[in-house]
Ligand binder design. Structure first.
Ligand code: NAD
Length: 478
């Protein structure tokens, strides 16, 4: 296989250099070699998008529907192949990879329908004889910057609404996972879009990402990634008055009350904390447990953890794949040391594992006897590491759950209607889960958080229109 190129102005285009995409389950396996754009490549993509914007802005809902439906259908038909590619480059298990590819297809199909449902309003004027119309128009050219942990779903839930609402796109995937991004771009290249409407520019954040942030013709930037990068993205966009949307980290609490169904609580906690190798912004990293169920809960979680198979993402029966790369693995190991130095009890896991080949395998880890003020409970680790925080009662659990700089997802296991209702109302998070893991959401409803987790309008569902359109109010005196 040769170098997989960028897609700019409707043509496959060489980059300034290349980068190998390596399988984290087996470092001897190279997934492919991908072009890296430089600032000039981004400028060409932005020019192409700008030139295409006027035409695509006026495309019919049927044209947009046809494009998005084509992409959704093709991803759905190829979900096993794309899921395998995803697992091979990112390290989540094959069922998780296929599930994510399926989700991407569903997102495209959902927004195909949304393209047909773009609505405005006609309202009575306060002035006699005047008509007032409120319409939604595309923003123009949108920059899309995505992280490595959902290599196809996050690009899908940004690109699909951008196109559905009539915008042109300059898309930069994370450096670690160009494979799914390239495959998605290849499908989009055959979907019937006019040239320049969709552009793929792979490469480094400091080069390609920066060029997108600073491109005057890009009127809006949708970013998902870390808080540190997000703050820089926001500052740069705001300084030139571009619209910006950020989805960032989490330190998501999962509360377990004495009255919880133990099996439900343990299932949610293990799934939320460790599946997808804990590398989800919605991962349950703080397990806040009332004292009456604490010991039974910890014993049952550890027993479940002992049954998890940590292995090659593509191997049959693997529950937890490898960490994505050496840097992330080192971060996880560093936090395991930090937690122990802070006085937490590492009750299970945390060792680097050997699976007979070079890969980034880590035994999921559980801390007990932790305090919410510890760094391991305040900073996003982004690996298969969770902490148990013992609390006296529901009121303390709720206070601890909300005592964080983040606010993405918040969960509770309880059979009490009273506590479930109170938690739904008072959790300081964008998403609340009752008897469900903090991770795992629907694709037709808003996704996003509060506080340090998000900034700007929500993603997904009908709420995506807030970011990808701009409202016009027209007055007519006939
Ligand atoms: P990151 O911030 O390192 O990178 C995100 C993207 O930004 C990448 O494409 C990167 O190349 C790019 N980038 C880096 N520097 C840039 C710059 N100076 N200018 C423009 N772009 C730049 O994040 P990551 O390590 O890829 O992803 C992990 C993070 O993403 C975690 O914090 C996780 O919680 C978060 N995340 C959040 C959500 C959510 O929806 N809230 C979803 C998934 C991941």
């Amino acid at each position: 296989m040769g170098v997989q190129q960028n897609f700019i102005g409707g043509a496959w285009t060489e980059g300034a250099n290349t980068r190998d995409n390596v399988n984290p389950s087996d470092l001897a396996d190279t997934v492919g070699t991908y072009a890296h754009a430089d600032a000039a490549g981004v400028a060409s993509a932005v020019d192409a998008a700008k030139a295409a914007a006027h035409g695509w802005n006026r495309s019919t809902p049927q044209q947009r529907y046809d494009v998005l439906e084509f992409v959704g259908n093709e991803i759905m038909a190829r979900r096993e192949e794309l899921g395998r590619l995803l697992s091979r480059e990112e390290g989540k298990t094959l069922p998780e990879g296929i599930g994510e590819a399926t989700r991407a297809a569903q997102v495209f199909k959902f927004f195909a329908g949304e393209a047909l449902r773009i609505q405005g309003e006609k309202v009575a004027s306060v002035r006699p004889g005047v008509d007032v119309e409120i319409t939604r128009e595309p923003v123009g050219v949108v920059g899309i910057i995505t992280p490595w942990n959902f290599p196809i779903a996050i690009p899908a839930w940004k690109i699909a609404p951008a196109l559905a609402y009539g915008n042109c796109v300059v898309f930069k995937p994370a450096d670690l996972v160009p494979g799914c991004a390239w495959a998605l771009a290849e499908i989009l290249s055959r979907a019937g879009l006019p040239e320049g409407v969709f552009n793929l520019v792979m490469g480094r954040g400091s080069v390609v990402g920066e060029a997108i942030l600073n491109a005057e013709a890009i009127g809006a930037v949708s970013f998902t990634g870390s808080v540190a990068t997000g703050k820089h993205v926001a500052a740069t966009c705001v300084s030139r008055l571009a619209k910006v949307q950020l989805e960032m980290g989490g330190k998501n609490p999962f509360v377990v009350l004495d009255d919880a169904d133990l099996d439900v609580a343990v299932g949610c906690a293990v799934n939320g904390a460790f599946f997808s190798t804990g590398q989800r912004c919605t991962a349950s990293s703080r397990l806040i447990v009332t004292e009456g169920i604490h010991d039974r809960f910890v014993d049952a979680v550890v027993a479940r953890m002992k049954t998890l198979k940590i292995d090659d993402a593509l191997a049959e029966g693997t529950d937890i794949g490898p960490v994505v790369d050496e840097t992330q693995l080192q971060q996880d190991l560093d936090y395991l040391t930090v937690g122990q130095k802070e006085g937490a009890n590492l009750v299970f896991g945390g060792e680097r594992l050997n699976r007979g080949k070079e890969g980034f395998y880590l035994q999921p880890a559980l801390f007990t006897e932790t305090d919410n003020s510890m760094r391991i409970n305040q900073e996003e680790i982004f690996g298969p590491v969770a902490s148990v925080i013992r609390v006296k009662n529901y009121e303390e659990a709720r206070a601890v759950a909300n005592d964080t700089a983040f606010g993405l997802s918040s969960g509770i296991a309880t059979t009490s209607l009273k506590y479930a209702s109170d938690f739904k109302r008072n959790a300081e998070a964008g998403m609340v889960m009752v008897n469900l893991p903090t991770a795992g959401v629907d694709y037709h409803v808003p996704f996003g958080g509060r506080k340090g987790s998000s900034y700007g309008p929500r993603e997904q569902g009908r709420y995506a229109a807030e970011f990808y359109t701009t409202v016009k109010t027209a007055y007519t005196l006939p």
